[in-house]
Design a protein around this ligand. Structure first.
Ligand SMILES: [Zn+2]
Length: 94
């Protein structure tokens, strides 16, 4: 039988779904405003792509993903869910 534990406190969650909450979190790079200028038509895009590929080759997969997109799923008990809703960024603060 498959069962879940709360990612906050470790308690075993009931298999009937009562008191079991799922929290999905996504973090991704914001897209800036797109403006195309005269300067853009003169850029060497092939050189820029080569520079980016070389920079990516020196990074780990985690470093690359951290700079673009990350997604997490947390299974929480009712108490940890309430605590999360009161202060979603509690663990993110230094
Ligand atoms: Zn919990």
């Amino acid at each position: 039988m498959i069962y879940h534990r709360c990612d906050g406190c470790g308690v075993r969650l009931p298999s009937d779904g009562q008191g079991h909450f799922i929290v999905n979190v996504e973090a991704f790079a914001a897209a800036g405003r797109l403006e195309i200028t005269e300067h853009d038509s003169q850029r060497d895009y092939a050189a820029e792509i080569r520079r980016l590929i070389a920079a990516a080759a020196r990074m780990s997969a985690d470093e690359i993903e951290d700079g673009v997109f990350r997604k997490w799923r947390f299974d929480l008990c009712a108490e940890c869910h309430r605590r999360f809703l009161r202060d979603p960024l509690a663990r993110a603060r230094p």
